[in-house]
Design a protein. Structure first.
Length: 287
């Protein structure tokens, strides 16, 4: 498809008050787009919008789990900025690592509700405008869409679901002249990574099994810039660090091999025992 010029376009970025979402908003504004920052925290959304641009950015509050609220955010975007061309479904939370047996039902359900159904709700609400304007959809998944999600089953399941939705949309949007990308990121230096991985000794022990190259940590700006470039080029896949592109392409071979290696590694077994002992513990989710 032809290069997509973002100048003059309107983009809605869910989860845009911080991290990858805010960095994406900044990259889009730099290219001449207007940005609607949507976040659960309305004050944070407005503060982020004020940092992005005094005229070409607005902040709105909405819970992605609330279909009505997301539809209202889309309607407000059209009303205040004249339309909607791009949507970046970046909503996501990470749970405390625990086995499925030890994970609280409420925690598991909330992760699926936000990370998967929240993306569905956001895209559904935006599709009428995106298709009318031959625009673009970005669905932010994770390398957990194709990596073993031991300890975070709900997170890995949700991201795999997001990947499939993005692949479906890539074809379903063709008749409208619109397109879709799936973004896969590894470790990004965000609050979610700090609180779910860095602060958990068992997780750090388990990650010690992985090649150091796969643990390379990127800044949010690198992810935001990658998303903006992916939109401009209407790329089907946006993958950072780039090494994961090979892992994704070879997942049919590397996945089973990795599972076998991890199943025999005493460090992984010790971590899983720790995760399994977390039944009844307070399990928070981090955005």
């Amino acid at each position: 498809m032809a290069r997509y010029d973002l100048a003059g376009k309107v983009a809605l970025v869910r989860g845009g008050a911080r991290g990858i979402g805010f960095a994406t908003g900044r990259a889009l504004v730099a290219r001449g787009a207007s940005v609607v920052v949507v976040d659960l925290d309305g004050e944070a959304a407005q503060a982020a919008a004020a940092q992005l641009h005094d005229l070409r950015a607005i902040g709105l509050a909405a819970d992605v789990a609330d279909r009505g609220a997301i539809h209202q955010a889309v309607a407000a975007s059209v009303d205040r900025l004249g339309g909607l061309d791009v949507v970046v479904a970046n909503a996501g939370i990470g749970p405390t690592y625990a086995t499925l047996r030890a994970t609280a039902v409420e925690t598991f359900d909330r992760v699926i509700e936000v990370n998967l159904m929240g993306v569905v709700n956001t895209v559904r609400a935006a599709l009428p405008e995106v298709t009318r304007n031959a625009g673009h959809v970005v669905l932010v998944a994770s390398v957990y869409a194709f990596q073993n999600g031991v300890g975070v089953a709900s997170y890995a399941m949700s991201k795999a679901g997001v990947e499939q939705l993005g692949r479906v949309l890539r074809l379903e949007l063709v008749p409208h002249g619109a397109s879709a990308s799936v973004a896969y990121f590894g470790l990004i230096d965000t609050k979610l990574v700090h609180q779910t991985i860095d602060a958990d000794p068992a997780v750090k022990q388990m990650f010690g099994v992985l090649p150091k190259a796969l643990l390379k940590r990127l800044q949010p700006d690198a992810a935001g810039e990658a998303i903006a470039v992916g939109i401009e080029r209407r790329h089907p896949r946006i993958i950072r660090p780039r090494l994961y592109a090979g892992v994704s392409a070879l997942r049919g071979v590397l996945g089973p091999a990795s599972d076998r290696i991890m199943a025999r590694d005493k460090r992984v077994e010790a971590a899983v025992r720790d995760f399994d002992a977390r039944t009844g513990e307070q399990q928070r989710t981090t955005a």
